[in-house]
Write a protein that binds this ligand. Structure first.
Ligand code: NAP
Length: 277
């Protein structure tokens, strides 16, 4: 058995989850990964002779999560780091996208991460140690037309994550929201849910955005293997940050957003102050 930490990562079949698992296994961490079918389970467990464990779980099967976590803790061992990575992007103009699509987006990206965290916290709190990493997105800070549900879900996870970091600090449990820019994963390919077009008024705005995202899929700037190394640096750090951006695109766009936000706050400062007293 490895002396290093045990990671539980949701969604290890591809992308960031798989890259992080592979990098961690290469450093002799124990990695428990969630997958959604038996083929993916067998494939994941072949990554390492004795440190790779896979459990079948859809993170929206909320009623199953407590038992899965109890089983992991008892059968495999204490989880030191939970990485809430499972997620997907919904793309669609808001007026064209159903409420059911929004619910599904939030069920996976927000409720799934919260349910996993809630199931594991009693164990981490008892141990007075742990690290929860939530994979959010630069879309948890910046927005663009056509991904309102996705950005909404990632803004939500950023807010929950930062709040949680304050609630858990007394128990020596760290919480880090990691917000990647655009990376070469299956996110904009097989995993993306795209609402059908129905309102011609949006053609001029949205068609070029949809087309550009499809064309860019697989050619994004970010390398998931390098993201995995950065995540492990955060996992190995004694004082990890509450937020981390990954990628120069995320850095530039988020800085731009914060500067514009500040400028708007300044422009309306007098009206903002006018409601006191
Ligand atoms: P990916 O290659 O599509 O991987 C997504 C993983 O999540 C897959 O393993 C998938 O499993 C799993 N998953 C999806 N829905 C699930 C559910 N309901 N229950 C359990 N597992 C589920 O994409 P990725 O980019 O690595 O995505 C990982 C995270 O990074 C997501 O939260 C995404 O929003 C975020 N992110 C990605 C980018 C980017 O540019 N790639 C940027 C910012 C943030 P299956 O194989 O079974 O579908």
């Amino acid at each position: 058995m490895s002396n290093l930490k045990t990671l539980l990562i949701t969604g290890v079949s591809s992308g960031f989850g798989r890259a992080l698992a592979q990098e961690a296994l290469s450093r002799e961490y124990r990695v428990i990964g969630t997958v959604r079918n038996a083929t993916a389970k067998a494939e994941f467990e072949q990554l390492h002779a004795h440190n790779a464990f896979a459990v079948e779980l859809d993170v929206t099967h909320f009623a199953a999560i407590d038992a899965v976590i109890a089983d992991v803790e008892q059968q495999i061992g204490p989880v030191d780091v939970l990485v809430n990575n499972a997620g997907y992007g919904h793309e669609g103009v808001m007026e064209e996208s159903s409420l059911e699509e929004m619910r599904q987006q939030f069920d996976v990206n927000v409720f799934g991460a919260v349910a996993m965290t809630k199931a594991l916290l009693p164990y981490m709190r008892q141990r007075r140690s742990g690290h929860i990493i939530n994979i959010t997105s630069m879309g948890g800070f910046i927005t663009m037309p056509g991904i309102s549900y996705y950005c909404g879900s990632k803004f939500a996870l950023e807010g929950i994550s930062e709040t949680l970091s304050k609630e858990l600090a007394p128990f020596n449990i760290h919480v880090t929201a990691i917000a990647p820019g655009s990376f070469r994963t299956d996110w904009a390919g097989r995993s993306m849910v795209r609402s059908a077009r129905s309102i011609a008024d949006y053609d001029a705005l949205f068609d070029p955005i949809r087309q550009a995202r499809e064309e860019k899929s697989g050619k994004q700037l970010g390398d998931p293997a390098k993201a995995a190394r950065a995540m492990l640096e955060i996992i190995e750090h004694s004082n990890p940050p509450a937020h981390l951006l990954l990628g120069s695109d995320a850095l530039g766009l988020v800085r731009q957003k914060l500067a514009a936000y500040n400028a708007e706050i300044d422009a309306w400062e007098a009206l903002t102050r006018s409601t006191d007293g």
